[in-house]
Design a binder for this molecule. Sequence first.
Ligand SMILES: [Zn+2]
Length: 321
Amino acid sequence: MRIENLSHAILFSGEEGSGTLPQALSLAKYILCPGKSEDGTACGVCASCRKTAQLTHPDLHFVVPVNRPGNMSSTRSPVTDDFLDLWRTSYHENPDITEQDWYKRLEIENKQGAIGTAEAGNIIRKLQFRSFEGGARVMIIWLPERMHPSAANKLLKILEEPALGTYFLLVSHRPDQLLPTIRSRCMMVQVPPKEHRPLPPQAYENLETLLDLCLAGKPSGILDWAEDMASQGRESQKAFISAALRILRQYYMVFLNLPQLAFLDRASEVSAKRYAARMSETFFQRIYDRLNTASGQLERNVNAKVLFCSLALDFFLSLQR
Ligand SMILES: [Zn+2]
């Protein structure tokens, strides 16, 4: 995608938990990166990219639904800027944060958040000035379906004709609840549910390394693998577990001689057949249970080294005939 062809208002829509917000942020990174490449990728290493990843880029703005927490006494309507630090921390802890999680963070009890007219005024005010770093500006609006109609009305004009180099990225989980006046001004990008997206090659690599070590009967290598996994961040560990569950489901389909249900390309099917031939019904049952347990344990912050050593060992034992 070339920047000149990019629409100035884009609506990302996808289910909760399907990485919709991170996708919008990755486009923001591309828009703001001064060293972006022609093929549509940000350099990822410059000051701008780093600030975008930290959500601290001065030309990256956020609007999220908010409400007044019990301990906030002001009579003024709350706006996103009042909670910006909390928003950044929450995003860093879980880039796929759900609406309910956010409201829990805000401590607004059973109230819902909203994007009100005070917020709309803020948006217009911020975009009146030139960008801080002289380049493009991005306004990410998370959950525009929570926008009050009067706020939407204030924004229609700027959404239709923003200043040059200003981009609105809207991230919605319920696009059907969006005001039609907003929806019609945006180019829509549908983010597919995670289970339909191809897995990154790294996911196969991690699992296949473990399987190769187990099948070759190399327990010491298995422990190195476990230590390597344990040294990674919690998010990559979780990503490994959920990818492993999906890949093993594909292998199981191949094992059952139903490769068409594994939806694999030819190369992956060849490799899946090779592994499936060494696996048994018991292996699949045992390892499935084990991975599901591990996924729950990761949520509860158990010791990662213990978890991955015992998981790797279970792979090893279940693969011995
Ligand atoms: Zn960059």
